[in-house]
Ligand binder design. Structure first.
Ligand code: 5GP
Length: 122
């Protein structure tokens, strides 16, 4: 799938749409989700134009990949959620219900998050 430079997170990266910024460095931007699902709900996005985790892992440079995942860990520590625990998750494609087609990870925290996923119906 081609990257759409007009997706909402590309606009946030360009400063065309505001965000509640939590952290920024050369490789990543982190900001609070506009529609939080948990008491702490932060999105971390790479600065490069990648559609998904699949695209990112296949096409980003080693320094983009290491810089991005270091930033995710940094954000979790900065948010103070490591002690009680948190979840990071990335939705990909249709079955993954990815809404915004710029690779991002969600950091969910601030409550007991329950089990990972609903069991499949038998
Ligand atoms: P996805 O399903 O693609 O993994 O999730 C996209 C997330 O982006 C959703 O949780 C949604 O609430 C969030 N989101 C969509 N538009 C905006 C926006 O303009 N600003 C912020 N901060 N979050 C957004």
């Amino acid at each position: 799938m081609d990257y759409d430079a007009d997706n909402i997170f590309a606009k946030i990266l360009r400063g065309e749409i505001p965000c509640d910024k939590v952290y920024e460095d050369a490789h990543a931007l982190a900001f609070r989700d506009i529609n939080p699902q948990t008491p702490v709900h932060v999105l971390v996005i790479p600065k490069g134009a990648y559609v998904s985790m699949d695209d990112f892992s296949a096409n980003a440079t080693d320094s983009e990949i290491s810089g991005f995942f270091r930033a995710v860990g940094h954000v979790a520590r900065q948010l103070g959620v490591v002690g009680d625990g948190y979840r990071f998750l990335s939705n990909i494609g249709g079955d993954g219900h990815q809404e915004v087609l710029h690779f991002h990870v969600h950091i969910f925290a601030g409550k007991d998050l329950g089990r990972m996923i609903k069991p499949i119906d038998k």
